[in-house]
Design a protein around this ligand. Structure first.
Ligand SMILES: [Fe+2]
Length: 357
């Protein structure tokens, strides 16, 4: 049995690689008979490939253009390799990184936050706008930054800055044939808001980290869309709910959006539980706690999919067994969350709606 599985896996992997590197028959033949590193080395001697590193090899895109894939040491496409190509948001804005560092430093005072925020006039305006938005439902208008920060809270402020940065990253790419970044963005916004509602209403705990995890959990798909567009399009076309999306990604691309997102979150020094939630959100875990970030994100994914906020049209959300039992046991409360979610989303619109041009 294990050997059959191994042969099956080899066949699938070979097929996926063959698709990826189908630039021309002779290259295909070379690729299938030699090590990828060696091909890359010989390709770099051909004029159009000159200047490319030996860790890159080409494949022909759907429109006939040549795309480049970064390979790991073993000649396979890796999450790290794709991230090297991901230039749109290699780093979060400086201010988000500094804010994350300030939050994790016990000695930080309110004045430190105040000083940092005031250095960025756009952020000041944004904070005041959010503090005065219907989401916080204040009767009196807030004009001071310190008060706005107290109202919003430091972790929410970090979430706001990250969300702000992500809006640009999720801006629609030109082709929307099988995958829409707008649709994915709405899905992430719905998951983040729903996760926060679950954490606060069901578990009476602070929902700021689950919000952050929710807004970021599928960012790996954006990386794939940007750096391995044709392969990612193949994933979206092949996906039909019979298996997890990550299975298709691993077969066709060589990695998946959970691994890529996890590495990005690690790179951005986000809290460890947020990194884990991103990495595990598609894993079916036998003993997952409903109170863990992974548990809350999976339940939120399940709830928002019932309201059709899915990343890809018709996509089913899977639920680990303990989470399904937990929802059944608290069905009344979860029904209230489903009822209130559209309203909560419209209250938070200022946070996730696109910039006015
Ligand atoms: Fe996902």
């Amino acid at each position: 049995m294990p050997s059959l599985f191994f042969i099956g896996a080899c066949l699938v992997t070979t097929k996926a690689l063959e698709n990826a590197f189908s630039i021309a028959t002779e290259f295909k033949v070379t690729f299938l008979t030699a090590k990828a590193g060696a091909i890359s080395h010989s390709l770099s001697k051909i004029p159009i490939y000159r200047g490319r590193s030996e860790a890159e090899i080409p494949f022909r895109g759907a429109a006939g253009s040549i795309n480049w894939l970064y390979l790991g040491n073993k000649g396979m496409v890796t999450a790290e390799g794709l991230l090297k190509k991901f230039t749109t948001a290699k780093t979060l804005p400086h201010i988000a990184i500094r804010l994350t560092k300030l939050i994790s430093d016990e000695n930080t005072t309110m004045r430190d936050f105040d000083k940092m925020i005031k250095m960025d006039p756009t952020l000041v305006l944004r904070i005041l706008r959010v503090a005065n938005s219907p989401y916080y439902g204040l009767r009196q208008k807030v004009n001071s930054i310190s008060r706005a920060v107290v109202i919003i809270g430091i972790n929410n402020l970090r979430n706001m800055i990250v969300t702000e940065a992500l809006k640009d990253i999720f801006k629609e790419s030109e082709s929307k044939d099988t995958f829409s970044r707008n649709r994915l963005w709405l899905h992430c916004a719905a998951v983040s808001i729903c996760s926060q509602m679950i954490m606060e209403r069901i578990f009476c705990q602070n929902g700021e980290n689950v919000f952050l995890c929710g807004i970021l959990h599928d960012i790996g798909m954006i990386v794939e869309d940007q750096t391995a567009h044709d392969l990612f399009t193949q994933v979206c076309k092949a996906y039909n709910n019979s298996r997890k999306i990550t299975d298709y990604e691993k077969e066709i691309i060589g990695t998946d959006h959970c691994e890529i997102g996890y590495l990005l979150a690690k790179d951005w020094l986000l809290p460890v539980e947020v990194q884990e939630g991103i990495q595990l959100h598609h894993n079916m875990i036998e003993d997952v706690s409903p109170l863990s970030i992974t548990g809350v994100i999976q339940m939120a994914e399940y709830i928002v999919s019932q309201l059709d906020y899915t990343p890809i049209s018709g996509m089913n959300a899977l639920l680990s067994l303990p989470l399904a039992s937990h929802i059944r046991e608290n069905i009344k409360e979860y029904k209230t969350i489903v009822r209130d979610l559209p309203d909560e989303m419209s209250k938070a619109k200022d946070l996730y709606s696109p910039h006015e041009e």
